[in-house]
Design a protein around this ligand. Structure first.
Ligand code: C2E
Ligand code: CA
Ligand code: CA
Length: 730
């Protein structure tokens, strides 16, 4: 098989911590051992500092690189090791810079290196980030093997081939050629095309626990499922590893694309049968559309890749469209990691407690511990944002254990009948040592195990279910209770419930919020989940209840407990103990009588077009069907306007209510969900039509506000009074 070097036998991957703790011998001896190992031809060794500059090269590496004068030390590693060109038929891999920025392990990363004599060699790298005892990132420690001769042969074979041998799908080379040709042709005929980038979630676990043949079999089944969904609306290919791509000509409707992506996510996350064993994986999808997000193959692929990364960051098992904000967010995330580490060191993360209340008696039965982080510059940062960042390295273990210990201690101050629930990240849960940490937290606090509940999401059911089963059994032996969180999202499979591990199911907010709206199937789903849980002897919780009508509905449908703003927002430990000191275990519901369509509060400068004039306005909030804006005075109800949300997103709207300087707009066509919690238009104005209007052809994703140019060219007389605008932090 041509790309055999992808999964070759591994060279020993050097663990930095092993290297430090394991051997306390004199330095010269260690260097000698390194030299002897290198002599065997097993590999070479290198290291970087925390900024990514080369800080060490072993003797043989120095020789191979021809670096006799030691010039390479101190250079950014990405300048010494370059990514291999995808056209070379190499298996798919993220760029070295990308991986190092994310502080991920390098596994069999292939790079090109100069040999000091003007030609290029190919090395295969393995490395891991070194995190010291305090959790600080200290750089990379890695090994390298020269694979040049093998590589040259295999790329040549791959070059001649157009199909991926394992799955029979188009390979990277063919996909790339197709994309390039299609974009060139479509530019002439002004057609659009969408690119979906897929990356399987947790495929590696299957590969590692069930073996490579099982992994191969899984990839084949994935390919089959993909083909049967996409059919002839597009071309499916495998880039290599667990990355797939779908090319969809004449597709620019983001509504349709979102539905397709959703179907792919759902289908691929159904269980697989492999040699009589069951395995579950998920997938994340990133979507970019030409000509809006990119005109050239590179640009479009980069955009889809960034969207994919964002989908994975969100929580996996989801899709995401490219937006220019993603680019900014990517650099923000990198910074967040450093800040978070400092916050943990300074003990700045706190816990808040939200009650779970019996909706019949209004008595609190349990509190869920939720992390809170207040950063001096960024303000309050949501755990939904920083937990995924912590999951990138060992920080999640420290944070998770802190939350566990603190919650057990805090619960001791409450009445004995009241439980405490602690969230567990899937990454933390599957790590060896988790059971021990739970036992230690119980021991240290003296909390009775039956009062501790661990909230786990479906994403723990990854890879080999037998291993997961064993962890569950261990925890049950400790006597703690287990709750299945966010039920109904992601990888939902009723199969998990039958194993009988869970004491409680938490019905996800997305089923509860707005469940009373007409024609909604959510009430039926809630009823079904409650009935199923009852039959299996589990408690149910309805999460995210905000309005009275929702509370009434979930109570009627038999939910045992309710958690949501209707009873209380998360409280501090002081507030909780205060209430108990007053002798009350009752929380009274209070909230709006009925659910209102979800609005996202934003303060963003956008444009508003009326007749031929372009105004600046501030978007105060946005829902699927309407928006509230400020910044104009004297706009009568009934005025037809066009809202410009930027990046080619124009929304035909009508003013439906107005105060002196704020207006409510109703959209002619509703917006659609962007898959990551926001809204967007189905269609955008095409860069082609902008080009026809005299604006140079460019993708919209670059942050251009194309209509601003149009405005400059059209100096018209305004009908309404433009007020001066200022936007906080925008
Ligand atoms: P979750 O476990 O689903 O927690 C419920 C989230 O919904 C909390 O957000 C809570 O404040 C919010 N919520 C509760 N009632 C309502 C309501 O009526 N309306 C609305 N709109 N929201 C409501 P929070 O605190 O931002 O936490 C977000 C997520 O972060 C949690 O989702 C959980 O997955 C994660 N998380 C929080 N603390 C921890 C932790 O200690 N460890 C881990 N691994 N994850 C945590
Ligand atoms: Ca939870
Ligand atoms: Ca939840």
């Amino acid at each position: 098989m041509p790309l055999g070097f992808l999964k070759s036998t591994r060279e020993p991957s050097r663990s930095a911590t092993e290297g430090q703790a394991g051997e306390r011998r004199a330095r010269p001896e260690r260097t000698a051992v390194l030299g002897e190992v290198e002599e065997l031809g097993v590999g070479m060794f290198w290291a970087t500092d925390e900024a990514g500059n080369l800080s060490f090269l072993s003797q043989r590496a120095i020789t191979e690189l021809g670096d006799t004068s030691g010039e390479l030390i101190g250079q950014p590693i990405t300048r010494v090791f370059s990514d291999v060109e995808p056209e070379a038929g190499a298996p798919a891999q993220r760029s070295l810079a990308f991986k190092m920025k994310a502080r991920s392990r390098l596994e069999e990363q292939i790079v090109a290196v100069p040999d000091g004599r003007g030609s290029t060699r190919w090395w295969r790298l393995n490395a891991r980030p070194l995190i010291d005892a305090a959790g600080t990132f200290k750089g990379y420690r890695g090994s390298a093997v020269d694979i040049s001769s093998q590589y040259a042969y295999e790329t040549q074979v791959a070059r001649q081939s157009q199909v991926d041998e394992l799955t029979g799908l188009a390979n990277r080379r063919k996909l790339n050629e197709r994309l390039t040709a299609m974009l060139a042709a479509f530019r002439v005929s002004q057609r659009s095309c969408a690119l979906m980038m897929l990356d399987l979630d947790r495929f590696k676990q299957v590969n590692d626990t069930m073996g490579h043949p099982a992994g191969d079999e899984l990839l084949k089944q994935v390919a089959e499922r993909l083909k049967s969904i996409v059919k002839d609306s597009g071309e499916v290919g495998r880039l290599g590893g667990d990355e797939f791509q779908v090319l969809l000509p004449d597709m620019d409707d983001r509504g349709t694309l979102g539905e397709l992506a959703n179907r792919i996510v759902q289908s691929l996350s159904q269980p697989y049968q492999i040699n009589g064993r069951r395995a579950i994986i998920g997938t994340s999808v990133g979507i970019a559309i030409a000509p809006y997000d990119g005109l050239e193959a590179d640009e479009l692929t980069g955009a889809a890749d960034m969207a994919l990364y964002s989908a994975k960051e969100t929580r996996g098992g989801t899709f995401c469209f490219f937006t220019s904000e993603l680019r900014e967010a990517a650099s923000k995330t990198a910074m967040l990691g450093d800040r978070l580490r400092d916050a943990v060191d300074r003990d700045e993360l706190k816990l808040a407690y939200q009650p779970l209340v019996d909706p019949v008696t209004n008595e609190v039965k349990c509190f869920e511990a939720l992390l809170r982080w207040h950063d001096s510059e960024e303000g309050d940062i949501s755990p939904a944002q920083f937990i995924p960042v912590a999951e990138n390295d060992d920080l999640i273990i420290r944070i998770g254990e802190m939350a566990l210990r603190q919650a057990c201690m805090d619960a001791l101050a409450w009445p004995e009948t009241i439980k405490v629930a602690v969230n567990v990240s899937a990454k933390q849960f599957v790590r060896p040592g988790y059971r021990k940490a739970v036992a230690a937290a119980l021991d240290a606090s003296g909390l009775s195990p039956g009062r501790l509940e661990l909230e786990i999401t479906e994403s723990v059911f990854a890879g080999d279910l037998e291993t997961v089963d064993a962890i569950f059994r261990d925890l049950k032996k400790l006597g703690v209770r287990l709750a299945l969180d966010d039920f109904g999202t992601g990888y939902s499979s009723l199969g998990y419930l039958k194993h009988g591990h869970f004491d409680k199911i938490k019905i996800d907010q997305s089923f509860v919020r707005g469940c009373t709206e007409n024609g909604d199937i959510n009430p039926a789903i809630i009823t079904a989940i409650v009935a199923l849980a009852k039959a299996l002897g589990m408690e149910t919780v309805a999460e995210g209840v905000e309005a009275m009508d929702e509370l009434n509905l979930v109570r009627e449908r038999g939910a045992d407990l309710v958690q949501g703003y209707i009873y209380s927002r998360p409280l501090t430990q002081d507030q909780v103990t205060q209430q108990f000191a007053e002798g009350s275990v009752i929380f009274r519901p209070s909230g709006p009588p009925r659910h209102r369509a979800e609005r996202i509060t934003i303060f963003r400068k956008v444009g508003l077009i009326h007749e031929d004039h372009y105004y600046d306005v501030i978007l105060r909030n946005l829902s699927k069907t309407g928006a509230r804006i400020t910044g104009l005075a004297g706009v009568p109800v009934g005025t037809d306007v066009v809202l410009d949300l930027g990046h080619g997103q124009l929304v035909v709207s009508k003013v439906v209510n107005a105060t002196e300087n704020s207006q409510g707009l109703h959209f002619e066509t509703p917006l659609i969900s962007d898959g990551c919690g926001g809204f967007m238009t189905r269609h955008r104005i095409s860069p082609y039509s902008l080009a026809e209007a005299g604006i140079p052809l460019a993708a919209l994703g670059a942050g251009a506000f194309p209509l601003a140019k149009w405005r400059e060219a059209n100096k018209t007389v305004p009908k309404f009074v433009q007020l001066e605008l200022s936007v906080p932090n925008a």
